[in-house]
Write a protein that binds this ligand. Structure first.
Ligand code: PLP
Length: 402
């Protein structure tokens, strides 16, 4: 007899990203030439993790009580206002939306999948996508449906529309994950026009069933044009009644809060009675899982939000560091004729690689280049690679392509 329950998570035991990162860390102990493009955290050109002084100064100024006390389950009214002001482009964008604090962006995704779906509903993922989405979806007993994110270097609107309508008709409820701007792993961002088309497709599908539109914005604060990076959210006002919008916010990257675990779920549906019931569900789900969020992190962000001037300067400095790395990689990829997905901004670049990317990544490791094999593509965490290493990296990537 087995002690195991019937339902097991369909995932390899080893997390592929952390396995390769471990190998890279070991290689670095004896070799200075190692290029480690595995983990999604921002490092400076000396290999040191970048942290925002503006926020950690505030964290360190908190009283013991501000650390020790319980936070309100949802994060509280002040945090709600902080999030709306930080994320939404203006006060008229989905003004009646709700906000709930979460354990990082992952917590916001968890709440979304737990509360806005019925078992076995379809969730559309756009390949290549952040690997853990698969685990998140399947751990909630939901079904993944996959289609390419981009076709001819543009958002694959035709296939997304078709799949939304198909699943809405068949299952009466369907989810769609859009990680934009600064998509992980490609670095692509949907244009405003593409968002407009997507909202139209979501509304069309919502005639046949409920559509849950999930916008994961973990990397939004590294957009090249920060002041216009949220403009597309104004189209959310045009969503139909039969749609639930979920915006998954993470401070892991925006504030280098990876380990402090803070994020938020912004959620919205047009019908106010339904929204009130969703609020009940989200609050109860929070209570039943992590109970209440990290109060020191919430207090710090609330204080920072009152005056973001120094933070904004730091942010642009680090965003430029990243964008320059992306531009340099792109320039050399063109020069050496290395195919890549269209990068605009963000922590990662993805190349299609070759037929067998497992072998390709093995060959790269022998040349001290550590990257993440995504099956049909290879992810390069430029957030952790020096700009000076980009030409050497591109050359090796090209030489090992077979
Ligand atoms: N979404 C994407 C696309 C990510 O890459 C990450 C983190 O790597 C997250 C969400 C979740 O971030 P966290 O839970 O660390 O805030």
């Amino acid at each position: 007899m087995s002690v195991l329950r019937d339902f097991q998570l369909p995932f390899p035991e080893k997390d592929s990203i952390f396995t390769v990162a471990g190998l890279a860390a070991k290689a670095k102990q004896t070799n200075n030439d190692v290029i480690d493009g595995t983990l999604g955290a921002l490092y400076d050109d000396n290999g040191k993790l970048i942290t925002y002084d503006s926020i950690f100064k505030i964290v360190r100024s908190l009283t013991n009580e501000q650390f020790a006390s319980y936070a309100p389950i949802t994060g509280g009214e002040e945090y709600k206002e902080t999030i709306k002001e930080w994320i939404l482009p203006n006060k008229n964008t989905i003004p009646s939306c709700e906000v709930n604090a979460s354990m990082g962006g992952s917590g916001a995704i968890y709440l979304t999948l737990s509360q806005f779906f019925n078992e076995n509903d379809d969730v559309i993922l756009l390949s290549p996508y952040w690997g853990p989405y698969d685990l998140f979806v399947k751990s909630r007993k939901l079904n993944t449906v996959k289609t390419p994110f981009l076709v001819d270097e543009k958002f694959n609107i035709d296939s997304v529309r078709e799949l939304l309508i198909k699943s809405a008709k068949e299952k009466k409820r369907v989810g769609l994950f859009i990680n934009s701007p600064a998509n992980n792993p490609t670095g692509y961002s949907l244009t405003n026009e593409e968002w407009k088309q997507l909202i139209q497709a979501v509304n069309e599908a919502s005639k046949y069933g409920v559509v849950v539109l999930v916008n994961d914005i973990a990397y939004i604060d590294y957009s090249e044009d920060l002041s216009n990076s949220r403009e597309y959210m104004n189209y959310f006002n045009e969503l139909s009644e039969n749609v639930i919008l979920s915006i998954c916010v993470s401070f892991s990257k925006s504030l280098s809060f990876y380990g402090l675990r803070l994020g938020a779920l912004i959620y919205y549906t047009k019908n106010e009675d339904d929204l009130a019931l969703l609020r009940k569900g989200i609050t109860l789900e929070t209570r039943a899982t992590w109970s209440n969020p990290n109060h020191s992190a919430i207090n710090s962000v609330n204080i920072l939000a009152k005056d973001k001037e120094i933070f904004n300067k730091e942010n642009r400095k680090y965003a430029s560091l990243l964008l320059n790395r992306g531009k340099t990689f792109t320039k050399f990829a063109k020069q050496y004729n290395l195919p890549m997905y269209p990068y605009k901004e963000g922590f990662f670049i993805t190349i299609p690689g070759c037929e067998n990317n497992e072998d390709y990544c093995e060959r790269l490791m022998k040349r001290n280049v550590f990257l993440v094999n995504q099956g049909d593509s290879v992810r390069i965490a430029i957030c952790a690679i020096k700009e000076n290493d980009m030409e050497r990296l591109v050359k090796i990537l090209k030489e090992e392509l077979k």
